[in-house]
Design a protein around this ligand. Structure first.
Ligand code: PEP
Length: 253
């Protein structure tokens, strides 16, 4: 049985007090209202990770939005996977399109970050996604295949089984444009097929694949009802407790 996960990505939002307040609301609402086995995660800026890990317990798990590929050293301004783990995080987002675009993170670097995360017992949420041009040109399957292959297919089957994959079409992130359920399902089925070709059916069937891109309380249930969509990576809507928790609950509607 693959895990159902809804992970919020706060990006560079929420100062310390705002973060504590929003997160406390989310924890209370999830505790009171959540039914079913789905896992809720909040991926917050580094300043929040220590406090939120203590507040979240096993009700809402905490993730970082990035980590460095090395354990320690002269890398001013960076935070390693080991450090992220040491404050109680369980997850880390790797390869978000904003990291690829604004911080020039390439496939090789992302493969190194994934390895570092796994070595430190963090679950990487490994993101792939095509731009609008790539979708319009019709070569998006090729792009997605090359991103997942270069970023993760050097891992052993045992290590790959520890990943969560997130399909996030770049044209749908923060734009209000959502992939339709059919468009998203088509890509998720393709990703699962690629995983099966590389690692076999059992690994593919057990891999959690999240959808991300303007997911909200209105469209979540329809997206999550698709056979190969196992939850969501949620940006904007994770900044409002009611919206985020309604998305977590969308599995049950
Ligand atoms: C994201 O940043 O991962 C994301 C999916 O953002 P949004 O939900 O705002 O489109």
């Amino acid at each position: 049985m693959r895990k159902k996960i809804v992970a919020g990505n706060w990006k560079m939002n929420m100062d310390y007090a705002e973060g504590i307040s929003l997160f406390s609301e989310i924890v209370n609402m999830v505790r009171d209202e959540q039914k079913g086995e789905q896992i809720a995660v909040i991926c917050a800026p580094f300043i929040h990770l220590n406090s939120l890990s203590k507040l979240g317990g096993t009700t809402v798990y905490i993730g970082a939005q990035n980590c460095h590929q090395n354990e320690s050293g002269a890398y001013t301004g960076e935070t390693s996977a080991k450090m992220v783990k040491s404050v109680g995080c369980a997850y880390v987002i790797i390869g978000h399109s904003e990291r690829r675009q604004y911080f020039a993170e390439n496939d090789q670097l992302l493969a190194e970050k994934t390895t570092a995360a796994l070595k430190n017992n963090l679950t990487p949420i490994f993101c792939i996604g095509e731009t609008l041009d790539e979708r319009n040109n019709g070569n998006y399957f090729e792009i997605l295949k090359s991103q997942i292959t270069a970023g993760t297919f050097d891992l052993s089957a045992e290590d790959f089984s520890k990943l969560v994959i997130a399909y996030e079409p770049v044209w749908a992130i923060g734009t209000g444009l959502t992939a339709s359920s059919e468009q998203a399902q088509e890509v998720h089925a393709f990703i699962r097929q690629e995983i099966a070709s590389k690692y076999g059916t059992e690994v593919a069937e057990n891999t959690t694949i999240l959808y991300g891109g303007s997911c909200n309380p209105k469209n979540a249930a329809d997206l999550f009802a698709q056979k190969d969509i196992d939850g969501g990576l949620i940006g904007g809507a994770s900044l409002k407790s009611r919206d985020f928790v309604d998305i977590v609950k969308a599995f049950n509607s």
